[in-house]
Design a protein around this ligand. Structure first.
Ligand code: PLP
Length: 443
């Protein structure tokens, strides 16, 4: 009988995994066996041997309030017993409507219309399609997109085209549409205004002069480029970029899939930039990290460009699980926790611990380019890469830290923490100590 078994012996689980499961971003032939995780609680995960791990990267940046939070778990269970799923064309339901209202209330005005998707990549995909059709519906065929050099927007085709940065896309390069790259200033090392910013803006001015009338949209991860290696820019610089693009009536898409829901210290990074994007992409923390869901928010002028007697001018896009009631219920419970648990205050407190710990770590000879944006804390390893660490120093550090109960997911040599907001200060401080002690071992 096919029934979920909760207690499979570890060796059997790993053997079955090896035979049937295809893991993301993993070379199965050479990768170490995966850790068989059994349960989660607050900032911790527990494996099949009962070993406890601090989830230092919030399980790919999704978890906000802690694992298995009873309020979110109960909201999902209740919704599952009431209405688990229904198509969202020709039908609506309270969880979707309430969540849309709540998101619009928190998003920078005048973002007013919410389109639900399944994950971060499709939230981006939808934004790109909305921007393209926005022009076409007005009788203009525009073909250029602009994105930051080094960006990461997800792994579907449109998102890959906008991202480009990643070596992951090499096998698909022939199928990706062209996207122009705006130079990313090297102020991401955490310093003040720089010549790089001025150069980037000058490049943009020239580009807009030459190609502004062909441009569909500009897309950016506001304040922090995540997968590119936690590269941070100053809000004032990004504001200058956005103002230049919007001054020409070109839609700006903010991909807040990672930065949304408090990660950078404010509810949305857009708040610090001080501008409202025309389109805003959300996912990851949207459901508190419980269920896969995304959303693309649009300003009224974008939405209105799709209103017509002509069905062909509608956004003919959707997913089977668009506005899934379980995801909406989880997201509403997560927003409720922001109020009940004073999450924004917790975020400030956690950010202060990072600042203190990073300052200490910055003294370490193996640490360079220490940087922080709210609860995103990062630095680069300074090592000689003569390959004495096998796959690389980042991988070495990840494996050693996991042995000591700290889960990390370095991006090359960029080591970062993005912890659940409920993380106790002692847990975080201990994790920094584990990293610091391991760095002592690095040649
Ligand atoms: N956009 C950004 C900024 C991301 O960081 C990610 C994932 O890391 C995505 C989009 C893609 O999201 P997903 O993995 O849910 O498809």
């Amino acid at each position: 009988m096919t029934r979920l078994k909760t207690a499979i012996p570890k060796s059997e689980l790993l053997a079955q995994d090896h035979q049937h499961c295809w893991h993301p971003f993993t070379q199965a032939q050479t990768a170490a066996p995966p850790i068989p995780m059994v349960r989660g609680e607050r900032e911790f995960l527990f494996d099949a041997d009962g070993k406890r791990y601090f989830d230092g990267v919030s399980s790919w940046w999704v978890n906000l309030h802690g694992h298995a939070h009873p309020v979110i778990a109960e909201a999902i269970a209740q919704q599952a017993r009431t209405l688990e799923q229904v198509m969202f064309a020709g039908i609506t339901h309270a969880p979707a409507v309430q969540l849309a209202q709540a998101l619009v209330q928190r998003a920078p005005a005048p973002l007013q219309h919410v389109f639900y998707t399944d994950n971060g990549s499709t939230a981006v995909e939808v934004a790109l399609k909305m921007a393209a059709q926005y022009w076409r519906n007005q009788g203009q065929l525009r073909q250029r997109f602009l994105a930051f050099e080094g960006a990461y927007h997800g792994d579907t085709f449109g998102a890959m085209a906008a991202g480009r940065s990643s070596g992951f896309y090499t096998p698909f390069e022939d199928w990706l549409f062209a996207v122009d790259s705006l130079p990313y200033p090297h102020t991401w090392q955490g310093h003040g205004p720089s010549a790089d910013e001025a150069e980037s803006l000058a490049w943009l001015d020239q580009y807009l002069l030459e190609h502004g009338s062909e441009l569909v949209a500009f897309i950016a991860e506001p304040l922090v480029q995540g997968a590119a290696g936690m590269r941070m820019v100053r809000p004032a610089y990004l504001r200058a970029v956005v103002e230049r693009v919007q001054a020409q009536g070109i839609p700006v898409i903010f991909d807040e899939v990672m930065t949304g829901f408090g990660r950078t210290g404010t509810f949305f990074a857009s708040e610090q930039v001080g501008v409202a994007p025309d389109l805003l992409c959300l996912s990851k923390g949207l459901t508190g990290g419980f269920l896969p869901m995304g959303a693309t928010l649009a300003q009224p002028h974008i939405y209105q460009a799709f209103l017509s007697d002509d069905v062909g001018k509608a956004l003919l896009h959707g997913h089977s699980y668009t506005a899934n009631p379980l995801g909406c219920a989880a997201a509403l419970a997560s927003l409720q926790l922001f109020e009940e648990e004073q999450t924004l205050a917790r975020i400030q407190a956690q950010a202060a611990v990072h600042t203190e710990q990073l300052a200490r770590l910055a003294q370490h000879p193996r640490v360079q380019r220490v940087r922080q944006s709210g609860t995103i804390a990062a630095f680069d390893l300074q090592v000689n890469e003569q390959n004495q660490y096998g796959a690389g120093a980042g991988t070495w550090l990840r494996e050693r830290a996991a042995q000591q109960g700290v889960l990390l997911r370095p991006l090359g040599n960029c080591i970062y923490f993005i912890a659940p907001y409920c993380t106790a200060n002692e847990t975080l401080i201990q994790a920094y100590q584990v990293v610091s002690t391991l760095l002592d071992e690095l040649a």
